[in-house]
Design a binder for this molecule. Structure first.
Ligand code: CMC
Length: 377
């Protein structure tokens, strides 16, 4: 089989049909469940987006209420899971490790496997895991979830102990909707590979969290925020950007492997951030972010002509989540909370028409070695 063609990173390989999301990197287009992101992102609640992914249509009012109630009833963690997460917080492990440990233990009170139920249990519990970990890490007692708040609202409440404003909830929902699904990215594919063996959803999502943790996937909104805060302090946007580019550094929040124009998620997140900061935030910080974006895109054209580097999802993720009050250390776990919607929907889609994922490797090692006993080596 020496003529086997290698597709490193599976680049360009199509392995499944999906109705969940569509990406056109040249046109800067992202469609989720049939809706262009611009239609869905700022309009839907996260519960509506989840329902859409699971059912391929938006719910009626009564369906939405029933779905939201069912989801909310799974939020509390089983005692053993809470203990794991609390220990993770007290030990000060990194947030994505705590999320992985919590997800693995989230099935403790569930009887047998039922993918339709398990997808809801997982999505409902990830925010509780992150919030309980965060409070334990800061020496605070984890809070019981509140069933009267929305998925997004309850997450913010469990982090801070305070009921969030409508602007905070709306901003977070826009974020969760925007990043809920994005084709067969590494973590989503990981989940699909795991359920393709007919393993369970908790295993799949635990694996997906592991894949999302890596810096090549979980992204860099933390560094974007640090860059913006530095510029906010110094006020010298152009000078600081030029300094980075002269030093050969990459500007965080710009450039994308797939999108060669402005990432459509940046569009939705910048509008959401604008609305949020107008109502509830430090509008000077938002104005600075806009200035940085414009300046950076111009300078990238000057320093990297023809590379088509534009704003990516991470730029306004940092601006929006920071405004809402999510600590930057929790940016990637919050991404996981959102993407769990896509992960679980993809797992169910894989199971609908399953075929074991089993690619091949091209062997390049020796073939004729003869055994040497250990004392003769
Ligand atoms: N700032 C400055 N130069 C850049 C940047 C940037 N942000 N991104 C790419 N370039 C340059 C790069 O140096 C190279 O120049 P040259 O040809 O002179 O060597 C050229 O553009 C092409 O770069 P590349 O590495 O081949 O492009 P890629 O498709 O592999 O990179 C990327 C994509 C996202 C890794 C990269 O743009 C980058 O490092 N951006 C900064 C980090 C960042 O914002 N990451 C979050 C990405 S969004 C994640 C998601 O969608 O989940």
């Amino acid at each position: 089989m020496s003529d086997q063609e290698i597709h490193e990173g599976l680049e360009g390989i199509t392995v499944a049909e999906t109705r969940l999301s569509f990406i056109d990197g040249e046109a800067g287009e992202l469609v989720i469940g049939g809706y262009p992101l611009s239609e869905l992102g700022g309009n839907a609640t996260f519960e509506e987006t989840l329902y859409l992914l699971y059912n391929d249509r938006l719910p009626t009012q009564s369906e939405l209420e029933e779905f939201s109630d069912e989801l909310a009833q799974y939020r509390s963690l089983p005692e053993g899971c809470l203990e794991v997460v609390r220990s993770a917080g007290e030990a000060g492990v990194v947030p994505m490790d705590a999320l992985r440990m919590g997800a693995a233990a989230a099935s403790l009170d569930q009887d047998g496997e039922d993918p339709e139920r398990d997808k809801l249990v997982i999505v409902a519990r990830l925010p509780t895991i992150v919030a309980a970990y965060w409070r334990a890490r800061n020496g605070e007692e984890p809070l019981e979830p509140r069933e009267d708040l929305s998925h997004a609202g309850n997450y913010l409440y469990m982090l801070t102990g305070e009921e969030p404003s409508d602007a905070q909830v709306g901003g977070l929902e826009a974020y969760l909707n925007t990043v809920v699904d994005h084709g067969l990215n590494a973590s989503t594919f990981t989940g699909r590979v795991i359920v393709s063996t007919e393993s369970d959803l908790y295993s799949a999502i635990t694996g997906a969290i592991g894949a999302l943790k890596g810096p090549l996937h979980g992204g860099a909104p933390g560094p974007v925020l640090r860059m913006l805060l530095d510029m906010y302090e110094s006020g010298d946007v152009e000078g600081m950007l030029r300094e980075k580019l002269e030093a050969g550094e990459r500007l965080m929040g710009f450039g994308h492997r797939v999108y060669k124009v402005r990432d459509p998620r940046a569009e939705v997140l910048s509008s959401a951030a604008e609305s949020f900061y107008q109502e509830d935030g430090d509008s000077d910080f938002f104005e600075l972010a806009k200035e940085v974006e414009t300046e950076a895109v111009d300078l990238l054209e000057e320093y990297k002509p023809g590379r088509r580097l534009d704003t990516n999802v991470e730029f306004y993720t940092a601006v929006l989540l920071h405004g809402i009050g999510i600590p930057d250390e929790l940016f990637t776990t919050t991404f996981g909370i959102a993407r769990a919607g896509g992960w679980t929907a993809h797992c169910l889609e894989q199971l609908e028409n399953n075929r074991l994922v089993r690619p091949r490797g091209k062997y390049v090692g020796e073939k004729d070695r003869t055994w040497t006993p250990v004392d003769e080596r």
